[in-house]
Design a protein around this ligand. Structure first.
Ligand code: 13P
Length: 287
């Protein structure tokens, strides 16, 4: 069944676990993500950035996820990740996304609040949940040669987060607390105290972007502090690419996609299963 991210994360907050939000940009990755959720009997959030959705096709993506979710009888939220404008959010909602993330975190607080409010109004009228963001989360979902960019100056201020959440009426909050998109040479160091303070002032589920490359201990601490949604992209992209390389190595004559793509689907599935198991924090999902 297609559900909203709010539906899944309200339960996650109560149960003190997190739901994985996994990015996809191809049918194989989509299959790997949904099969992982099916095998573990858990709900899942599947998401695309605007770039990923433009590549796949918003409608093609939504229809595919709906069909597979129905066939496998799993609960899935379909999320637009880092939507940048009211127009792209509206387009996603019209295509059938059940959740949207509006990222106007590069704007000042007043402009960010204003645009987020407009998104909430439109999305809630369509029963679509909204994730807002304050405090810029840098990086990109790739494997980087260098060290993680320093971000302390744009870490989310808990007081401002409280005001933003109250003023906008968002359902889920994404902040900057030491998390950066992508994998770097050095490990990230999450500011767990900051997450806790934001959780205390907000009262709503918190989202952790940049889930790739964060050590398991820090993930558990972050969940304990109030994180209910964890986004993962880079580790999936890396697994997919490496499995594809391996599947094709020494097989120059192989031209049949359905003979080499299953290995890439399987690699994605294994990464997602590992993450779901970690994020579930021992929680057993029942009907
Ligand atoms: P990673 O690429 O670091 O996993 O981050 C993904 C993400 O946060 C998507 O919004």
């Amino acid at each position: 069944m297609i559900v909203t991210a709010k539906d899944l994360l309200t339960k996650a907050k109560e149960g003190k676990y997190a739901v994985g939000a996994f990015n996809t940009s191809s049918l194989e990755i989509t299959k790997g993500i949904l099969q992982a959720a099916y095998e573990l009997k858990t709900p899942v959030i599947i998401e695309t950035s605007e770039g990923e959705a433009n590549f796949e096709g918003y409608q093609v993506f939504v229809d595919t996820v709906r069909d597979i979710a129905e066939e496998l009888a799993i609960d899935v939220a379909i999320n637009l990740d880092h939507g940048k404008s009211l127009e792209s959010v509206k387009y996603a909602i019209d295509s059938g996304y059940s959740a949207v993330h509006i990222d106007c975190s590069k704007m000042d607080l007043a402009a960010n609040t204003d645009l987020t409010k407009q998104v909430v109004e439109v999305a809630h009228a369509h029963k679509v949940s909204v994730e807002g963001e304050l405090g810029y989360i840098g990086g990109s979902s790739e494997v980087h040669e260098g060290e993680q960019p320093k971000q302390e100056i744009i870490f989310t201020d808990p007081k401002e987060a409280g005001e933003y959440i109250k003023a906008t009426g968002i359902d889920i909050f994404a902040g900057s607390y030491g998390n950066v998109h992508g994998i770097y040479k050095n490990e990230p160091k999450l500011d767990i105290e900051r997450i806790k303070k934001i959780s205390d002032v907000s009262g709503i589920p918190l989202s952790l972007h940049g889930g790739s490359g964060i050590p398991e201990g820090q993930i558990k601490d972050a969940i304990g502090a109030g994180i209910c949604k964890i986004n993962v992209n880079t580790e999936i992209r890396k697994a997919y690419r490496e499995a594809l390389d391996k599947a094709l190595r020494g097989k120059n004559a192989e031209i049949v996609p359905y003979k080499y793509l299953p290995e890439a689907i399987n690699a994605v599935k294994e990464v997602v299963k590992k993450k779901i198991t970690l994020f579930s924090n021992g929680h057993i999902f029942t009907e």
